[in-house]
Design a protein around this ligand. Structure first.
Ligand SMILES: [Zn+2]
Length: 459
């Protein structure tokens, strides 16, 4: 009221001044150019982030839910965040499933003997102690299984489905055991979900249906899946012996690991940002997802180091149990339900810390326009492209309640080569690319936490 009266008075005195006062605020890119450049500079001058991924993944190894490795890694992150000067550093409890792989093997028995590198799929039951020895039926799709349904009885069904994109191909990993069991199979195998292989099998999650008999479910390599398909095409009888001692134990306690830089003006308003601290039990979970946790953590460490304190709080979270349960993301939603209307945005990196391209965004049209403005601050490093749609598994539960979500987009060429394999190790990541991911996360989070505008709620 007071302002509009003052403007009217000014308008009488000087139309020009009034126009200036009533004009739009300075565009975001102009307001934040200098700060963004300082963050980009700080994130790309050394290999600190890469070295931290190396230390986290090599000191503790794979961080599978329910294992001491994961809890020791969380203890270490808490201690290091405190040393870095982050605030409100803590673990927030979540109970997580505990699946234990045990010993496992697959062997081609006919037409000749050969070990088949394999990985049981997370959640699978085991085989009897002597294993399951059965003839193999290779199918190329759900339709092919339907067409060969009469031949599947008593056999091990192999889904030899080439990788198209993750969302499509992973359906066979998730649902293969159920569909094979419906056709009468005694076990199911999949061609590993990945576009390229050096005879490295890929693990991952799978599901059962309470109305369908449970059968063991495992992945073999793309090379061996193709070979078995060719053997079948040549008319060979294929026999495989599958042995797995996998079992599911009672849930175990874990934690989401959290550190903050508390906002200078609106500490109760939060930009939450991170990745998942757990990994599969093979490899060392460097790109999936130590890189995401470290990128968010380093972004905030650099703000603290540069004396940049945003208007709102930035909360770094390493969510637990993304891989085989999503219990961390759900526990975060439940623990913070009362403050979700003050979560201005959620950002996740879970596609590997390769060369960043920008973000995928889920929110309103007006919010999208604002995020694109922030993105333009990253054009100089090639990371300013904001696309429609995006987020992450761990922030999914709070995005469903209206929190605008962003997922870091990176060069995805090689991620699925290594994803969920023994080869997910830090050497596959380039220190410069990792630094650019830190810069990209830092600029986006800082401006979202500092700008006067907010993104509102997702429609
Ligand atoms: Zn992941």
């Amino acid at each position: 009221m007071h302002t509009s009266r003052a403007l009217r008075v000014l308008a009488l005195a000087s139309p020009l001044i009034a126009m200036r006062l009533a004009a739009q605020p300075t565009p975001i890119p102009q307001r934040y150019r200098e700060t963004a450049d300082r963050l980009i500079q700080a994130a790309t001058t050394d290999s600190a982030a890469w070295l931290r991924i190396a230390e986290l993944t090599e000191r503790f190894g794979p961080r599978f839910s329910g294992t001491p490795n994961l809890e020791r890694a969380i203890d270490w992150v808490i201690a290091e965040m405190k040393k870095d000067g982050l605030q409100n550093v803590r673990g927030e409890p979540a109970m997580v499933p505990r699946w234990v792989r045990g010993s496992e093997s697959a062997e081609l028995v006919e037409p000749r003997r050969q070990a088949l590198p394999m990985l049981g799929l997370g959640g699978s039951i085991g085989t009897p102690a002597q294993g399951i020895t059965a003839e193999v039926l290779v199918v190329a799709s759900w339709d092919d299984l339907r067409a060969k349904n009469a031949q599947a009885q008593g056999k091990i069904v192999l889904f030899n489905v080439p990788f198209t994109n993750y969302g499509a191909t992973v359906q066979y990993r998730a649902n293969g055991a159920v569909e094979a069991a419906k056709a009468g199979a005694v076990a199911s195998l999949i061609r590993s979900v990945g576009p390229y292989s050096m005879r490295t099998p890929h693990t991952g999650g799978m599901r059962y249906d309470s109305t369908v008999r449970r059968i063991p479910h495992a992945a073999i390599t793309t090379e061996d899946a193709d070979m078995l398909a060719r053997m079948q095409a040549r008319g060979d009888k294929i026999v495989v012996r599958l042995a797995m001692s996998a079992q599911t134990l009672p849930d175990a306690p874990s934690r989401n690991v959290i550190g903050e830089i508390v906002g200078r003006e609106k500490p109760d308003e939060v930009v939450v940002m991170g990745g998942h601290i757990d990994s599969w039990d093979v490899g060392r979970g460097a790109m999936d997802d130590a890189g995401g946790v470290v990128a968010a953590w380093e972004a905030v460490r650099l703000m603290h180091k540069l004396g940049l304190r945003p208007r709102r709080t930035i909360r770094v979270v390493g969510w637990t149990n993304e891989e085989n349960g999503l219990r961390g993301g759900n526990a975060y939603r439940d623990a913070h339900r009362a403050e979700l209307d003050r979560h201005v945005a959620a950002i996740e990196s879970d596609g590997g810390v390769f060369k960043p391209a920008g973000f995928g965004f889920t929110g309103s049209d007006a919010a999208f326009a604002l995020v694109r403005q922030i993105g333009s601050l990253l054009d100089g490093i090639g990371a300013g492209t904001i696309g429609r749609g995006g987020g992450g598994a761990d922030i999914g539960p709070i995005m469903q309640l209206g929190v605008p979500g962003l997922g870091l987009n990176v060069d995805g060429t090689r991620y699925f080569w290594y994803h969920h394999t023994e080869a997910d190790t830090v050497d596959k990541l380039d220190p410069q690319d990792v630094g650019l991911c830190v810069a990209t996360m830092a600029v986006m989070a800082y401006v979202l936490a500092d700008m006067e505008e907010t993104l509102g709620r997702s429609p």
